[in-house]
Design a protein around this ligand. Structure first.
Ligand SMILES: CC(C)(COP(=O)(O)OP(=O)(O)OC[C@H]1O[C@@H](n2cnc3c(N)ncnc32)[C@H](O)[C@@H]1OP(=O)(O)O)[C@@H](O)C(=O)NCCC(=O)NCCS
Length: 169
């Protein structure tokens, strides 16, 4: 699977992306809203889960790489998530801290939204955002989402208030 945008390419992640993925998910600042950095084992599990999703669903979180540089800048894609008791297709996004503020998350998420509507025939896509994560809310808003409801998610043993955002086709 490959999606191209003006500046980015979204493609399946492979074994070679493990170190780049680790640098994102083991960054304590970027992982504040996830209650701290992942361990090597959690990163391994994360990559394996995406590879399983590609095989089972045909999509998952993809690598976001620079069109020119080929460098891994982040990850973005579509996964099925329990969002406050409802099973929903979610657009997820992470960008390496060095690349925050360049509009990459928004550009990648817009491409995933269009892919969900145009290629997967989905009628609505979602984003679950912890109430502390303002940067992520701004990305959701920039891809046309609005808040639908609040819920509390248990993640890594912590109760986290979240907002459920969505955009309809
Ligand atoms: C959320 C995240 C993906 C945003 O990536 P990004 O590429 O910097 O986002 P964009 O450049 O597309 O910016 C989108 C908007 O958020 C704003 N923004 C970026 N970083 C911000 C911050 N730290 N605080 C507040 N707003 C921020 C941008 O200014 C922009 O809004 P504006 O142009 O209307 O002012 C990035 O901060 C990240 O990877 N965070 C850690 C992982 C995470 O929390 N993912 C989301 C889980 S729900």
């Amino acid at each position: 699977m490959v999606i191209r945008t003006a500046r980015l390419v979204l493609r399946d992640m492979g074994e070679a992306d493990l170190p780049g993925l680790a640098s994102m998910l083991e960054d304590p600042v970027a992982m504040t809203h996830y209650e701290g950095p992942f361990s090597d084992g959690e990163v391994r599990g994360w990559l394996d889960r995406q590879r399983r999703r590609y095989a089972e669903d045909g999509y998952g979180l993809w690598a976001v790489v620079g069109r020119e540089s080929g460098e891994l800048l982040g990850q973005c894609g579509i996964t099925w998530q329990d969002i406050g008791g409802e099973w929903r297709p979610e657009i997820g996004y992470h960008v390496k801290r060095a690349w925050w503020g360049y509009g990459y998350a928004t550009e990648a998420a817009l491409a995933c939204r269009d892919y969900a509507f145009d290629e997967l025939g989905m009628g609505e896509v979602w984003a679950q955002v912890r109430d502390s994560n303002i940067a992520s809310m701004n990305v959701a808003i920039r891809v046309g989402m609005t808040v639908r409801y609040r819920f509390v998610k248990m993640y890594r043993g912590v109760e986290m208030p979240h907002y459920a955002f969505s955009v309809r086709r």
